[in-house]
Each structure stands twice: as structure tokens, then as C-alpha cells.
Design a binder for this molecule. Structure first.
Ligand SMILES: *Cc1c(COP(=O)(O)O)cnc(C)c1O
Length: 464
């Protein structure tokens, strides 16, 4: 725990905050995202020692440099242990071998079958700790492209001091994704199905949070991937992965199915902390804004296309702003780009910035047909059933031009969460677990709402 660690906004016009304040603040008051003033680093010896540690012990080593004296060592260890107690394997994020050069990192062993559980279980425990300490209560507001919402609801359903409002795009997520959210019967949970896209949901949240008075008077807190503590938790499994593989001098690439750029940003920060990652592949589906950005330097919004991997059907990759700030260290420049994006739907990166990004990132997009082929091939060749997001990650990794000795694709969701797509391709139902069969039978509870920040604001006021 470092008492000196403070957090600053990528846009430079919000107060510096302590760790605890960053957890509850979510989006900065100037519209920016919080990041630590400087990146902590871990020594080679420390990182090497991870090979004999448990996931929880590695989590403590990676997370503690970001936390201040608001938590004792014991507090943090307890929170970590509780967070990962509901996973269905002691490894927490097991690795599965596709072949000698390509591994899958299974991130779906938590209660809602997607990697969002890794961070959300931690955040709910963390917030519960702080709230109890001060006898406070909060209202949580989040947008989900399908998986964050379920993970958040699962994490908070028993937290008495919080109410939780989750927006999802109506009819644009899979049935199992929706049921993981809408079948949780708890008085503090509200599911709002917005008549729009995920980007619309995210825009509503941003709009509500930019109304500082409304946010303050209603004790609102955000939990989508703009919340710093999520990124922090997601670094742990990059360290875990390389602690479990014989890396030596091998060149390592991680391939990450990417939407909001949170998961892959965690890989980038792990690299900044000292982890030996050579390349991070931004795997995209037909919503390929980041692939186009890396190719041309032009970051240009297009209409969102619906694909079989809905959790990454996104055009506005919020966390990309954190990368832009990190490579430029220039909050005015970030402000200019974000203003341009809002006003014109695009911006151009300066060439030197693009070059810098490409030192750490590559990006390949994958068509729907390729997703289907990979799901079929992976089953045929390895008897492994992957979900469509993981398939995007694998197919994209296979397209990387340069040779890497070791590729690790993040397997971000359980195939049962997208059972219709996977069943139609494989004609096999064995991967559908009892948990999913049971969920399908439960009654649902959600409110369909207009695509408008005012409608959502009104709903919140009526229900808090
Ligand atoms: C959220 C999600 C992603 C994308 O992660 P980002 O951090 O938004 O880039 C990929 N796959 C699945 C299954 C997800 O739920």
C-alpha cells in the first residue's frame, strides 16, 4: 500500500483523487477517465516468484501498489479471497492448450460465465467494505453490452447498502446473457432495456454522470469499464498466465476480443509494470473501428453492426482514451480529440502517436463467417468448444503476420452463454450446463425504456 498514489484525469481538469474516491467516482468530473499519476513497477524477481503463488496471492502483489492506506494488508487479502471464492475452479483462470504455440486463457469460471466476474466480484466486495465502514449507501448505474450487467448484479445482489440500475440494449444481447440479469430476484436490482444500441446506453450513462448535481444528490456511482478498479483486477490474469507457462526468451502475443478496450488495456499496463509481453492483438469483429484506426490513423465511428459476438458490438471504445493519454501525456490533446469525436464522429491520430501505439498493439478483424469456421475447426481439431468472442480472438491471432512463439487468446465467455449460435454450428448440446438450463426456466423482471437520458433519470428518481 502506497500512501503516495494519487489518480489524475486523462482530461486534466478534475481534482486528483485517492484510490477510494476513484472507486466511487467512476467517470471524472471533466468527462475524462482516472489513471494513476505514475505506473508502479514490479521487479523481475517479484514476477518470477509468481510461479509458485496462487491466483489470489498474485492478485495481492499486482493490486496492492495501486491501493492506499484506506485498506490494510489484511482487508485487501480478505476482499481478494472472498471475491474469488465463488469460482468453479481453484485455478480461477485456467489455461487450455490449443497447440504448442497457442493457449486459451479461460476467464469464464465465475458465477455469470464471462470475464467480467473477475473484476465485478472484487468491486462489489470492495465497495461493500467501504460503505459498511462509513454506514453509507449508494446507487450504482451501469451500461452493459451483455456481460458486465450480469456480473455486477451478481456481485451486488446481496450488498444491502447499494441499489443497482443496469441498462442493456433491448433485444440486442443473447437470451442467456439477458436471463443472467433479469432472473435475479433481489429488491435492490433494476434492469432497464433501452430501445437502442449499447453505445446509446453508454451515452445515456455519460450524460447522466456529466450532470454533477444529479449525480451527487442521488449518490450515483458508475461500474462500467471506465471504473479504474476494473482495469486493475484484469491485470492479474496476464501475470498469472505468464507465471504458468515456460516463457524464457519466447516472444509472447496476447489476443484479446475487444469492445470497450478495458481488458486489453489491462494487458498494456501489465507490460508497463514489467511483464514481458511483446504484442497485444486487438481482436475485433465486423465492428472494426480500432482495426481501422491502427491501419490508417483515422478513428471514425460507423453504425454498429449486430454480430454473433454482441459483447464487442461497439464503436465507442471508451478506454482507448486512457491509452491516448498514456502515449501522449498531453491532456489538452486528449481533450481536443474527444471533442472532435463527439462533434464530428472522428479524429485523426498524429503519425508519431500511431507509431507508438503500434509498438505495443496490432489489430485484425474477423468476419462472421470466420467466427463460424473457427468454432467448428476448434471443436473438430481439439474437441474444445469456444464461444463466438473467443473465436474472434483465435481467428484474429491466426492472422497476425509476424511470428510469435507463444500466443494466448483470452477466452472471455462460456459457450453456453451463446448457446444458440454455438449449437447451430456444432449440433451438439453437451456444453450447455445445468446452470444455464435452470436459468432458462426462471421468470424475468425488466423494464423496457425509451432511448433517453431523461427517461432513465426519472426512473431512477422514482425507485431510489
Ligand atoms: C466485455 C466483453 C469483451 C470486451 O471487453 P472490453 O474490455 O470491453 O474490450 C469481450 N468478450 C466478452 C465475452 C465480453 O463480455
Amino acid at each position: 500500500m502506497k500512501d503516495s498514489i494519487k489518480y489524475i484525469s486523462t482530461r486534466g481538469n478534475a481534482p486528483k483523487l485517492s484510490f477510494k474516491d476513484v472507486v466511487f467516482e467512476g467517470l471524472a468530473s471533466d468527462g475524462g477517465l482516472y489513471i494513476p499519476e505514475s505506473w508502479p513497477s514490479l521487479s523481475e524477481d517479484t514476477i518470477n516468484s509468481f510461479s509458485s503463488m496462487t491466483y489470489q496471492e498474485i492478485a495481492y502483489a499486482v493490486i496492492s501498489p495501486y491501493i492506499d492506506s484506506s485498506l490494510t494488508e489484511k482487508n485487501l487479502k480478505d476482499i481478494i479471497d472472498r471475491s474469488y471464492s465463488c469460482f468453479d475452479t481453484p485455478e480461477i483462470t485456467p489455461l487450455k492448450k490449443l497447440n504448442n504455440e497457442h493457449y486459451l486463457l479461460e476467464l469464464y469460471h465465475g458465477p455469470t460465465y464471462a470475464f467480467k466476474d473477475l473484476a465485478m466480484q472484487f468491486i462489489s466486495q470492495l465497495m461493500d467494505f467501504y460503505l459498511k465502514e462509513n454506514s453509507q449507501s449508494i446507487n450504482i448505474l451501469g451500461a452493459t453490452s451483455g456481460d458486465t450487467g450480469a456480473a455486477a448484479i451478481e456481485g451486488f445482489k446481496n450488498v444491502k447498502s447499494a441499489k443497482i440500475f443496469i441498462l442493456h440494449p433491448h433485444n440486442k444481447i443473447s437470451e442467456v446473457q439477458r436471463k443472467f440479469m433479469t432472473t435475479i430476484k433481489s429488491e435492490n436490482v433494476f434492469n432497464l432495456a433501452v430501445k437502442g444500441s449499447f453505445d446509446d446506453c453508454q451515452n445515456i450513462i455519460k450524460k447522466i454522470f456529466s450532470d454533477t448535481d444529479y449525480k451527487k444528490s442521488n449518490h450515483l456511482t458508475a461500474i462500467n469499464s471506465i471504473n479504474w478498479s476494473r482495469i486493475m483486477c484484469q491485470m492479474v490474469y496476464y501475470f498469472y498466465t505468464l507465471s504458468r507457462l515456460e516463457v524464457g526468451n519466447k516472444k509472447v502475443l496476447f489476443s484479446v476480443p475487444t469492445g470497450n478496450f478495458g481488458d486489453i488495456l489491462a494487458g498494456y499496463i501489465s507490460k508497463k509494470m514489467g511483464l514481458k509481453i511483446d504484442m497485444l492483438n486487438i481482436a475485433t469483429n465486423e465492428n472494426d473501428i480500432l482495426t481501422r484506426t491502427l491501419m490508417s490513423g483515422e478513428h471514425e465511428l460507423k453504425a454498429v453492426r449486430e454480430t454473433s459476438s454482441p459483447s464487442i458490438d461497439i464503436q465507442i471504445s471508451s478506454n482507448f482514451e486512457r491509452l491516448l493519454y498514456d502515449i501522449t501525456q498531453n491532456s489538452e490533446y486528449v481533450n481536443d480529440l474527444m471533442r472532435e469525436l463527439k462533434e464530428t464522429g472522428k479524429y485523426s491520430l498524429k503519425n508519431n502517436n500511431l507509431v507508438k501505439i503500434k509498438e505495443s498493439f496490432c489489430s485484425y478483424s474477423v468476419s462472421e463467417e470466420e467466427v463460424g469456421d473457427i468454432i467448428k475447426d476448434t471443436f473438430r481439431d481439439h474437441k474444445i468448444i469456444v464461444d463466438p468472442h473467443t473465436a474472434v480472438g483465435i481467428a484474429s491471432a491466426n492472422k497476425c503476420e509476424k511470428k510469435y512463439d507463444l500466443k494466448v487468446t483470452l477466452s472471455t465467455a462460456h459457450p453456453a452463454k451463446f448457446k444458440d449460435t454455438v449449437f447451430n454450428l456444432l449440433g451438439n448440446e453437451k456444453f450447455i450446463t445445468d446452470k444455464v438450463h435452470n436459468i432458462m426456466e426462471l421468470e424475468e423482471d425488466m423494464i423496457i425504456i425509451e432511448n433517453s437520458a431523461d427517461a432513465v433519470k426519472t426512473f431512477i428518481m422514482e425507485n431510489i
